[in-house]
Design a binder for this molecule. Structure first.
Ligand code: ADP
Ligand code: MG
Ligand code: MG
Length: 916
């Protein structure tokens, strides 16, 4: 016989696939002696088995085991299921291997019917409590198990409240609640065509089926799709049946949720919220605004002490920050759920460093528990502190970071503006629900007027690393009219607002934001990462400012400086153009002579900034026509100049006539000022020359055309100037006693002959600079590997090159024969959707194809030069999965954009630890 059901004391707490995360942890907590209400788990296997043919109902074997467990529950609790005198009530809860907050439903107070209700009332001596429990059960059961919509129940509820003239639920009397129950039962009957089931086992069976079915419900399916949860990660949901405990039994009862540490900052202090005299759902739903957990010290000190103890035991056991649910029933504390806390990046970083210091985890665990991509969050903008703006509303700081955007008031509009129109939006809602999730994806930040730090909006935003302000009560949203009122002022859809999720402030208009500072904990953590990692993380940086930023982020050198970026500055472009349109080598040399000192000083500043770290300079790469205006633009300008010339000549005629007239009338006539026609003619000539050059330079396939080293060979003056600028800059630094390590790198190489050619310039210029300056130069010489043939000829390239740097953007284009822009705009999305290609190879390094080429090139290169240094400087260099590959492939360094450097540093440590 298959075992489909496990009691909490017997289930394996490590087996989340079988028992679901919630179930496994309920078992584990029970087994380590925490106070969990007795219960049992029906496995995910039972779910999958049932879902094969739902029409056949729950297999008898499963229900048989459930009944057996219910009898055990009756024994331990001393109560009876369907016992009119002392009824056993349970909750039926879902939970799969991966937590999907709010995606599947829970039924509370199951076991109530007209008989047991009387027993419950007699037992507790509290009629109000009994009816309150009953009406909750009818609604939850009606909704979850039978599909009766919440709104119908809510409308009935509102009617009773209205006739009783109360505004708060707590104001309702037992009689009022009894009326609610009666109305609910009628509603249930009229809506489902059957009376409310009185038999608790029937209630239980229907509920279990409903939870199982919810696994294939639209909400859950969409969620799994969006978060890429594969069957491999979570397959089916378990059902947890758990004895009810009541936080709504009076003022010595309460319910709450808490994190063992602050999930926003990581501070080592219990963080959470609770409500006195309430049931669990009330906290999460944001119906009443809960109190911060700190208040418990005064309100119920003994409970606060027990809660602190629970916190310590959870952390000591799980060695991870826990997010847990608790209920206090008449002075007894129960733990109803725990899971690893979802924290944002600052929280993760600080708790990692502190837990390691406390000896709860070791440094490796401290590094491994943080997803490197998460660190980007810490580099999110904050509001500029120097700008003093008055907030118009204040809510709870629910997820840190600042966001600016246009207000939208529902998820569909957010998606439309944010995703379709590409506008930055803030999603503003009274409260959010799981079905709003697409709005979160499209928004910069979330603002709600109801709910606490553990409300749906807060939890989801934190998970996504988006700023969120929750419970800003001064805001009233009118979804229909697409507007909101904030302290008497109107915000229309599209009005720009700013939210600060770090302190809960809301502002009208756009408040300037600034880059955040590195925290001390982040520095510590990344130092640990550097100590562990083998791969060295360098940055792509083109200017001294970029370099300074890269240093701040912890780059250990520059792996790619694109010299063409230096050409594009306004003061340089004219000289570059002059160089390109030059008709003779002498003219070209003239322009290059002016560029040389500019480049030399660029390089010198870069070297000084990075000293003593290596700086890799790539010689000119793009096709040179990229520096010239387009053909259409030039034609247009030439037309205009022709017109202008005509007009000016016309003006000359006019002013001649005016002159005559003014002499006749002896009056002062205004004579228009003249433009010299010869100036226009000169401009025309240059433009015509440029147009001719643009046409000359026109290429069918510029990316496969006259660029990179091919340019360096056909126009040797250009590369020679750049090489000279690098070497002279090195000599200048050396003269000042500044230690520098320049490296020159040649792009687009496909044959050793090309490299030899450029190396000759280098050797010759080096000798001349050394002689002139008397400095000994140590500049190294290397090649990009971004052409398929270069991979094949790797061995012979090592005869000329001291190092290899993979340019994986071009290499990916070349390997697939995809031009990136065309691929991403036309067919890649469909390829990805249909899994013809699982990932976009321009984002995730294609290990099987491009990676294979890289491995061959490394193998062949090192065959001749075993200590050949190899790096990567494509965008992939900042992607954790690609960094993992680089580790396995034996690279020495990765280079990526400056803001990605922290991510790459942590990823490099992960790469080593995960591949030991
Ligand atoms: P979710 O996955 O949405 O958190 P849960 O199954 O944890 O769903 O339950 C929803 C709410 O009901 C929670 O607040 C939880 O603490 C509460 N709850 C669940 N089971 C019980 C129980 N046996 N006694 C008291 N409260 C419960
Ligand atoms: Mg739920
Ligand atoms: Mg829960």
């Amino acid at each position: 016989m298959n075992k489909w059901v496990y009691a909490f004391p017997e289930g394996d707490g490590k087996n989340k696939k079988l028992l679901g995360g919630k179930g496994a942890n309920l078992c584990e907590m029970t087994q380590i002696g925490l106070n969990v209400p007795p219960g049992f788990v029906i496995t995910t296997e039972a779910c999958l088995n049932y879902l094969k043919s739902p029409s056949e109902g729950l297999p008898a074997e499963v229900m048989g085991q459930v009944r057996e467990q219910m009898r055990l529950l009756e024994q331990v609790t001393g109560k009876g299921f369907d016992d009119a005198d002392n009824p056993l009530l349970v909750s039926v809860r879902s939970g799969s291997a991966i937590s999907m907050p709010g995606m599947m439903d829970t039924i509370l107070n199951l076991g109530l019917n007209s008989r047991t209700l009387k027993g419950e009332i007699a037992q507790t001596g509290d009629a109000r409590f009994g009816y309150d429990a009953y009406r909750r059960f009818i609604q939850l059961f009606g909704k979850v198990a039978m599909g009766v919509s919440d709104e119908l129940f809510d409308a009935e509820f509102a009617l009773v409240k209205e006739s009783a003239r109360v505004t708060e639920d707590v104001g309702l009397s037992a009689d009022n609640l009894q009326e609610v129950c009666e109305r609910f039962l009628e509603l249930f009957h009229s809506h489902t065509g059957r009376p409310f089931p009185e038999n608790p086992y029937e209630q239980l069976e229907l509920s279990i089926k409903a939870v199982f079915n919810s696994w294939m419900g639209k909400r859950a399916v969409d969620y799994r799709h969006e978060f890429k949860i594969t069957p491999d990660m979570a397959n089916g949901t378990a059902v947890n049946v758990c004895t009810m405990v009541f936080g709504n039994r009076g003022n010595d009862s309460a319910t709450g949720v808490a994190f063992t540490r602050n999930p926003g900052t990581g501070e080592n202090r219990l963080f959470g919220e609770y409500l006195v005299n309430a049931q669990g759902e009330d906290v999460v739903a944001g119906i009443r605004t809960p109190k911060p957990i700190d208040k418990m010290d005064q309100e119920m000190p003994e409970m606060a002490r027990q809660l602190a103890e629970l916190r310590d035991r959870l952390e000591a056991h799980y060695r991870e920050v826990q997010d847990f649910e608790f209920t206090i029933e008449r002075g007894t504390l129960y733990c109803l759920q725990t899971r690893n806390g979802k924290m944002n990046a600052p929280g993760m970083v600080r708790s990692s460093v502190e837990m390691a210091a406390e000896g709860l985890i070791d440094r490796e665990q401290a590094l491994l528990r943080i997803n490197p991509l998460y660190l980007e969050q810490m580099l999110y903008p904050q509001l500029d502190r120097n700008v003093h703006a008055l907030p118009v509303a204040q809510g709870l700081p629910a997820s840190p970071g600042a966001a600016v955007g246009q207000a939208v008031f529902d998820a569909d509009r957010a998606e439309h503006f944010g995703r379709v129109l590409g506008v930055k939006v803030i999603l503003v809602r009274e409260e959010t629900k799981p079905e709003d999730i697409h709005g979160f994806f499209a928004a910069q930040g979330i603002l709600t007027s109801r709910g606490g730090k553990t409300s749906h909006a807060a939890v989801v935003a934190r998970g996504m690393g988006k700023p969120c302000v929750a419970g800003a009560e001064g805001i009233h949203v009118d979804v229909q009219k697409r507007e909101a009122y904030v302290s008497g002022q109107l915000i229309r859809e599209g009005d720009v607002i700013t939210i600060d999720g770090s302190n809960g402030n809301v502002y009208f208009g756009a408040i300037p934001t600034v880059e955040p500072e590195f925290t001390r904990e982040l520095n510590t953590l990344l130092q640990w990462a550097d100590e562990v990692a083998y791969l060295r993380v360098m940055a792509n940086a083109d200017t001294p400012e970029d370099a300074a930023r890269a240093l701040k982020f912890g780059a250990r050198g520059i792996g790619l400086c694109r010299t063409e970026r230096m050409f594009n500055a306004v003061d340089r472009l004219p000289v570059v153009i002059e160089m390109i349109v030059a008709e003779t080598p002498e003219q070209r040399q003239h322009a290059l002579d002016r560029l040389l000192p500019i480049q030399r000083s660029d390089f010198r500043k870069l070297f000084e900034t990075m000293s003593p770290l290596p700086v890799t300079i790539r010689l000119l790469d793009p096709p040179i026509h990229e520096f010239l205006p387009g053909e259409e633009q030039l034609k247009d300008e030439i037309d205009k100049l022709h017109h202008l010339k005509d007009s000016v000549q016309g003006l000359a005629v006019l002013s001649g006539s005016l002159m005559m007239l003014s002499q006749k009338n002896k009056a002062d006539a205004k004579i228009p000022e003249m433009v010299d026609v010869s100036l226009i003619e000169e401009a025309l000539e240059t433009k015509i020359l440029m147009l001719r050059k643009v046409r000359d330079l026109n290429e069918v396939n510029p990316m496969l055309g006259h660029r990179g080293v091919r340019l360096g060979i056909t126009y040797p003056e250009i590369y020679r100037m750049q090489v000279r600028a690098v070497l002279e800059a090195e000599a200048e630094c050396a003269a000042k006693g500044i230690e520098v390590h320049p490296q020159i790198m040649v792009p687009q190489v496909c044959s050793a002959q090309e490299l030899k050619w450029v190396r000759r310039y280098m050797d010759e210029i080096k000798a001349s600079v050394e002689e002139k300056t008397g400095q000994q130069l140590n500049c190294r010489f290397g090649t990009m590997i971004e052409v398929v043939r270069a991979c094949m000829r790797a061995e012979s390239l090592t005869h000329e090159a001291d190092f290899f740097s993979f340019g994986t953007n071009d290499l990916t284009q070349a390997t697939f024969s995809f031009s990136r822009e065309d691929a991403e705009n036309k067919f890649l999305p469909m390829y990805n959707q249909n899994e013809i290609l699982r990932d976009n190879p321009f984002e995730v390094l294609d290990e099987k194809g491009v990676g294979k080429l890289m491995q061959l090139a490394i193998q062949w290169g090192r065959a001749h030069k075993p200590d050949l240094s190899v790096g990567i400087c494509g965008e992939h260099g900042g992607h954790p999965a690609s960094i993992d590959f680089c580790q396995r492939a034996g690279l020495n360094y990765v280079s990526c954009s400056a803001p990605r450097v922290p991510v790459a540093r942590l990823a490099a440590a992960h790469a080593l630890l995960n591949n030991r």
